[in-house]
Design a protein around this ligand. Structure first.
Ligand code: G3P
Length: 238
C-alpha cells in the first residue's frame, strides 16, 4: 500500500519524507489556504521534496477552464497530478488531461457510481472521502470495499483507489485489509502509526540492559538526524 501525505506544510513533508515511507502528497484548496503559501510555489517545492505523485487541484468549475488550469499545473513538474472534482465537467477535463498524458486524481468521491465514472474517464486515482462519509453517519469503509470490488471486476481499469479524508489509523488498516492502493494521511496519522506502548517499554528495557554492559557498538557516536516528531519517544528519552 502506498502512503501519501495529505498536507501542504513543507516542514511536515520534509520531516516525514526522510523516513522513506512517503510515496506522494495530496493537497487541496483548503490545505493550501491553511498553509498560507502561494499555491504554485508550494506545489513546486513539494515536487522537489517528493518524487511520487503530488496532487494539485484545479479551482475552475467548467471543463475548458479546468483543462487550462490543469495544463498550467502539470507544467510545474513531471510528478504533478491534476486533481479535478467529481462533476460532469471534472470528468470531461479528466479525459482530456489523461489523453494529454497528465496524471489525474478525481476527488470528492462519495459513491461507487461516481468511482465507476471516474475509472471510465481515465483517472489515475479516485479519491473516496471516508471521514466525511463517517461524519454523516454513513460507512466510509463500505464505499472502499465496493470500489475495490468493482475495479477488480474490470482489469482494464487502471484507476488506483486513493483513500482520502482519513481521520485515524483504523481507516488506514481497514483500507489496507480491503486492498486499497493508496491512503493519503494527515501527518499526525502517519506519526500515530509508529506508536505502540509496548515498543516504547521494550526499547527502554533493552537500552537500560545494554547500558549495564558498558559496551558500545561504535567507538565514536555517529552524527545523527532524528525525526522531529513523536515517533521515537523512548529513544529521545533514553
Ligand atoms: O485531500 C482531501 C481530503 O483528504 C480531505 O480530508 O479531513 O478535509 O475531510 P478532510
Amino acid at each position: 500500500m502506498k502512503f501519501f501525505l495529505d498536507t501542504a506544510e513543507l516542514d511536515e513533508i520534509r520531516d516525514l519524507a526522510a523516513t522513506g515511507l512517503v510515496d506522494g502528497v495530496t493537497t487541496n484548496p483548503s490545505l493550501i489556504a491553511k498553509s498560507g503559501r502561494d499555491f504554485i510555489d508550494a506545489v513546486r517545492e513539494i515536487c522537489e521534496v517528493v518524487d511520487g505523485p503530488v496532487s494539485a487541484e484545479v479551482t475552475a468549475t467548467d471543463a475548458d477552464s479546468m483543462i487550462a488550469e490543469g495544463r498550467h499545473l502539470a507544467a510545474i513538474a513531471p510528478n504533478v497530478t491534476v486533481k479535478v472534482p467529481l462533476t460532469p465537467d471534472g470528468l470531461k477535463a479528466c479525459r482530456r488531461l489523461a489523453d494529454d498524458g497528465t496524471m489525474v486524481n478525481v476527488t470528492l468521491c462519495f459513491s461507487a457510481a461516481q468511482a465507476l465514472l471516474a475509472a471510465k474517464a481515465g483517472a489515475n486515482f479516485i479519491s473516496p472521502f471516508v471521514g466525511r462519509l463517517d461524519d454523516i453517519g454513513a460507512d466510509g469503509m463500505e464505499l472502499i470495499a465496493d470500489i475495490v470490488d468493482i475495479y477488480a471486476a474490470y482489469p482494464q481499469f487502471e484507476t488506483e483507489v486513493l483513500v482520502a479524508s482519513v481521520r485515524h489509523v483504523n481507516h488506514v488498516i481497514e483500507s489496507a485489509k480491503l486492498g486499497a492502493d493508496v491512503a493519503t494521511l494527515p501527518p499526525q496519522v502517519l506519526r500515530q502509526m509508529f506508536k505502540h506502548p509496548l515498543t516504547d517499554k521494550g526499547l527502554a528495557a533493552f537500552l537500560a540492559d545494554w547500558e549495564k554492559t558498558g559496551q558500545r557498538i561504535l567507538s565514536e557516536a555517529p552524527a545523527t538526524h532524528s525525526l522531529s516528531h513523536d515517533a521515537e519517544p523512548a529513544r529521545r528519552r533514553a
